[in-house]
Structure formats: C-alpha cells, structure tokens
Ligand binder design. Structure first.
Ligand SMILES: [Zn+2]
Length: 269
C-alpha cells in the first residue's frame, strides 16, 4: 500500500508577508504532498483605535473556568425550555438536563449565556463570562432524579477535561448570588459530585480552627460574597450541610475552614 506523507507546517506571521510566502514555496517544492497552513490572516479588529497588526500564532481559544448549576424551579422541562429560549425573557443557559436524563444544548459553550445575573465569587463579578451554566429540570422541592444526575456527571466530566476546570469551581447559583438565589437547593447531591471531582467537600474529623478566624472571614476566603453575612451563611449551609439556616454551627465553621484549606491546596480532583 502506498503511504502518503502529509506535512503540516505552521509559520509565525510577520509584517514581511513576502518573505513568508517565499519560504512556503520552498517548503512545497521540497515536499510534494506538503500541506501549508499559514496563520497570517488579518486579525478581526475590535478597537476603533488605530492599532497596527503584528499577529502572533501563539494562542488558543479562551475557556470557561467555572460551572454554575441551577434548578429551573419549573414542574416540567417544556415550560423551562420556553423561558430559556424566549427572547423577551432574557435568560438562558448552555445546557438543560431533563428529569429523565435527556441533555439539551441551548447556547454555544464559547458564548456568554445569561444564567448568573448579578453575582460574585472570589472577586469575580461577571460570572456569565467565566462560566458554563447548566439548568436542571427540578421544581426546587423534589429530589433530583438519578438518571438526571448520571447525565450531569457525564457532562461535568466532559467539561472538566476539555476546559481544565478546577474541582473547586463547580458551584451553585445560590453560592454566587446569596440572598437572591437558592438553586440548586438543599436536595442537590453535592457530596456525590465532589466524590467525582466536581466541587469540594470535607467530612469530620476536622482540625481546630485557628483563633480569630470567624465565619465571615472564612466565607470570604472561600469565595462567598460576605456583604450580607447571614445570606452567605445560608448559602454555605444549603450547599455543605443540606439545611436552610442562617446560623453557622461550630462544626460548620470547622468544615468551612477545612474547605478553605482544601481549596488553597488545590486538592479535590
Ligand atoms: Zn439559577
């Protein structure tokens, strides 16, 4: 069988386009079946300032660094899909996962879906620009269906691998908008996700919290918006204790300190 050798050569761009083309001709003459890809196309120019182009070939696509999980709050997926696609609603997400496990793709992963609204996490305010948003077909009071969570776990694994998303950066809408949002709610199986490397988790025994580190300081260090301390505590309890409570227990504070350390160490998968 005849073997074809295909050579792909990437050239750095330069202002001297003529010199690049001359090198390309020489290369093609030397390798009859060579394929040349030249990264010298003009850049799309967004600024109105008179910038001179000097393109570099050293780049790749920007990538999302968070995954934000939501519940729709609706009784069925049809109603939620209506809202998520109706222009006047001005809300969307990249994906919706139905109760039965069906995965629905709504917005290009590389585009900015409108799912977070006013939000904050660890200094980041524009969470829509930084994240993939996933809606779960759930009314907020019911348990999450197993088939739905299985699909979610598969999607999270896919996203984590493709975008190299840190384990700590799989969080809920309630985490980034305390006092305003509660989804995906107290029924969401965060521990099960964390065991697969999506989100952080800590179980006892906990090490002692150093004196002087109060809950607000620790919540802020973990990422929460602490402008409303009670709202931040409620969001933490909902996610990490599965309860609705505006007060943090001693055990909760120890769990929180453990999570801050775990995040700092970058562990958790
Ligand atoms: Zn939400």
């Amino acid at each position: 069988m005849m073997k074809l050798r295909v050579e792909i050569t990437l050239f750095n761009c330069s202002r001297d386009g003529g010199a690049v083309r001359a090198r390309a001709r020489g290369r093609i003459a030397a390798a009859l079946l060579g394929v040349l890809i030249c990264a010298c196309a003009p850049l799309p120019q967004y600024t109105a300032l008179p910038a001179v182009q000097y393109p570099s070939a050293n780049f790749n696509e920007r990538r999302p660094s968070f995954v934000i999980l939501h519940h729709t709050g609706n009784a069925d997926a049809t109603r939620a899909l209506g809202t998520l696609t109706r222009a006047s609603a001005e809300v969307s997400a990249h994906y919706l996962i139905e109760r039965g496990g069906k995965l629905v793709y709504l917005v290009d992963e590389l585009k900015r879906a409108w799912h977070a609204g006013p939000a904050y996490w660890g200094g980041e305010l524009d969470m829509n620009s930084a994240s993939i948003g996933i809606e779960l077909d759930n009314d907020g009071a019911e348990p999450y269906a197993d088939a739905q969570i299985e699909t979610l776990l598969a999607l999270l694994a896919d996203l984590k691998e493709r975008y190299r998303i840190a384990a700590a950066n799989f969080i809920g809408h309630g985490d980034i908008a305390p006092g305003r949002k509660v989804d995906p709610g107290v029924n969401f199986p965060w521990k099960r996700l964390a065991e697969r490397g999506f989100g952080l988790w800590c179980d006892p025994p906990y090490e002692a919290v150093p004196p002087g580190l109060d809950a607000g300081t620790l919540l802020g260090a973990f990422g929460y918006d602490i402008s409303n301390n009670e709202a931040a505590i409620s969001a933490f309890n909902r996610h990490f204790a599965g309860v609705e409570s505006r007060r943090i227990t001693e055990e909760g504070r120890s769990r929180l300190y453990c999570l801050v350390l775990r995040k700092r160490l970058g562990s958790g998968g």
